[in-house]
Ligand binder design. Structure first.
Ligand code: HEM
Length: 382
C-alpha cells in the first residue's frame, strides 16, 4: 500500500508545480530538439572520438600520432560545448516533462547524481591528456593514452547513466515495481536502475553508432578545412589520410546503426520500436554520408563539406524522430502536446535573448579556436 501511494505521489504534479507548462508546446519542442542536436555533435566527437584517438595513439604512426595529439587538444573545448548545449534540453525536460523526468530520476537518483563526480574525473583526464606535451616522447604519449582511456571510461559511463534515466522516463509501467523493490517504509531510496530494459543497450548502441558517424565526419572536416597543409608538424598527405580514416569510421557507424535497426525491427518489442520511429531514414542518411566520404577520397574534397552538412541534417532528423518517440513513450502518463500552457512571456523572451547571446559567444569562441588551430605557432589570445 505504502509503495503504490509513494509512486502515485511521485507522479503527481509536484506541489510547487501547477498542472500547466510555462511555454507553448511548439517552443518547448523546437528548443529541446535544437539543444539536443547541438549536444549530439560534440558528444559524438568525444563518445566515439576517444576510442579512435586511443587506437591511433597506440598505433603511433606519423599520421595517427599527429591526429591523436590534435584531437586530444580539441576535446576539452568539445566537452565545454557539449555540456552547455546539453543544459538546453535539460531545462525543457524539467519544465515540461517533469512528471516522467523527475519520477524516473528520483527512482534512479544515485545513478543520476553519480554523473557529477564521474564527469569531474573525465573532464580533468581530458585536460591532462590534452597537455601531455606533444614533444615529450614516450612519457607524453603514454600519459595521453592513459588519461584518454580514463576519460573514455568516465564519459561512456555518463552516457549509460543518462540512457538509464531517460529510458525509464518512458516506462511508467515499471515505476511501482521499481519503487516497491527499492524503498524503505515507503521512502524511495533512489537505487533503482533500468539497465535490464531491452531499450537500454539499443539506445546506447544507437547513440554510439551516430557518434561514430559524427566523429568520422569531424576527422575529415578538421583534416580538410582546419589543418593548414604547410603548418609546422603536419605530416604530408594528412588530408588523404583523414579522408581514409573517415571512410573506415563512418562505415563502422553504418554497421552499428544497421545492426540496431535490424535488432529493433526483428524484436517487434513495442518499447524498442516506439523509441525511434522511422529510424530507417537515419540509417539511410548515414549510408549517404559514408558514400560522400568515399567520393571525397576518390574524386574531390568538396564532398567532405557535403558529408558534414548531411551528417548534421541526419542528426537533426534523429533529434526529431527521437522526440516523437519520447512523446509517444510517455503518452500513457501524460500527453505533453495537450498540457495547458500558462505562458510566461517575460521568461521566454529572456531565454531567447540569452540563448542567442550564448550562441553568439560560442560561435565567436569557435572561430577563435579555428584560427588558433589553423596556425598553432600563432600566440592564441582568446
Ligand atoms: C554533464 C553534462 C551533460 C548534460 C547536461 C547532458 C544533457 C543531456 C540531455 C538533457 C539529454 C536528453 C535530451 C532529451 O531527452 O531531450 C541527453 C541525452 C544524451 N546524452 Fe547528454 N549530457 C551531458 C553529458 C553527456 C555525456 C558525457 C555523454 C557521454 C557520452 C552524454 C550522452 C548522452 C546520450 C547517449 C543521450 C541520449 C540518451 C537517450 O536518448 O537515451 N551526455 N544529454
Amino acid at each position: 500500500m505504502a509503495i503504490t501511494s509513494a509512486v502515485s505521489l511521485l507522479s503527481l504534479p509536484f506541489p510547487f508545480m501547477v498542472e500547466s507548462v510555462p511555454a507553448p508546446f511548439w517552443f518547448v519542442e523546437f528548443f529541446k530538439v535544437v539543444g539536443f542536436v547541438l549536444h549530439l555533435v560534440p558528444q559524438g566527437i568525444w563518445f566515439a572520438g576517444l576510442p579512435i584517438l586511443i587506437l591511433c595513439a597506440l598505433y603511433n604512426g606519423k599520421h595517427s600520432r599527429y591526429f591523436s595529439i590534435r584531437l586530444s587538444k580539441q576535446l576539452p573545448v568539445m566537452m565545454a560545448l557539449g555540456i552547455n548545449f546539453g543544459i538546453v534540453p535539460l531545462l525543457f525536460l524539467q519544465t515540461t516533462y517533469y512528471k516522467s523526468f523527475y519520477t524516473a530520476t528520483v527512482l534512479t537518483a544515485w545513478y543520476w547524481i553519480a554523473v557529477i563526480p564521474i564527469l569531474l574525473v573525465g573532464y580533468y583526464s581530458l585536460y591532462i591528456a590534452a597537455y601531455s606535451g606533444s614533444h615529450s616522447g614516450i612519457n607524453g604519449q603514454g600519459r595521453r593514452i592513459l588519461f584518454s582511456i580514463l576519460a573514455a571510461v568516465c564519459l561512456t559511463c555518463i552516457g549509460a547513466l543518462i540512457v538509464n534515466g531517460l529510458s525509464l522516463m518512458v516506462r511508467s509501467d515499471l515505476w511501482t515495481d521499481f519503487a516497491a523493490k527499492t524503498s524503505f517504509h515507503g521512502a524511495v531510496l533512489g537505487t533503482a536502475n533500468n539497465m535490464s530494459d531491452p531499450a537500454f543497450l539499443m539506445r546506447l548502441l544507437t547513440m554510439f553508432g551516430l557518434a561514430l558517424m559524427t566523429a568520422g565526419t569531424w576527422i575529415a572536416f578538421d583534416g580538410h578545412y582546419l589543418v593548414r597543409k604547410n603548418s609546422e608538424g603536419v605530416p604530408e598527405n594528412y588530408r588523404q589520410w583523414s579522408a581514409t580514416l573517415a571512410v573506415l569510421v563512418t562505415l563502422s557507424g553504418c554497421a552499428v546503426l544497421t545492426y540496431t535497426e535490424c535488432a529493433v525491427k526483428s524484436s517487434g518489442h513495442a518499447i524498442l520500436t516506439t523509441a525511434y520511429p522511422y529510424f530507417g531514414f537515419v540509417v539511410l542518411g548515414a549510408y549517404a554520408v559514408f558514400l560522400l566520404f568515399l567520393l571525397a577520397k576518390t574524386v574531390s574534397p568538396v564532398f567532405v563539406a557535403a558529408a558534414a552538412l548531411l551528417q548534421f541534417l541526419t542528426l537533426a532528423g534523429f533529434g526529431i524522430i527521437r522526440q516523437i518517440g519520447q512523446n509517444n513513450g510517455i503518452k500513457p502518463l501524460v500527453d505533453v502536446a495537450n498540457l495547458p500552457a500558462a505562458v510566461q512571456w517575460d521568461t521566454l523572451i529572456a531565454f531567447v535573448v540569452l540563448f542567442l547571446l550564448g550562441t553568439g559567444v560560442i560561435v565567436w569562441m569557435t572561430v577563435q579556436c579555428i584560427k588558433c588551430s589553423r596556425n598553432p605557432a600563432q600566440e592564441c589570445s582568446l
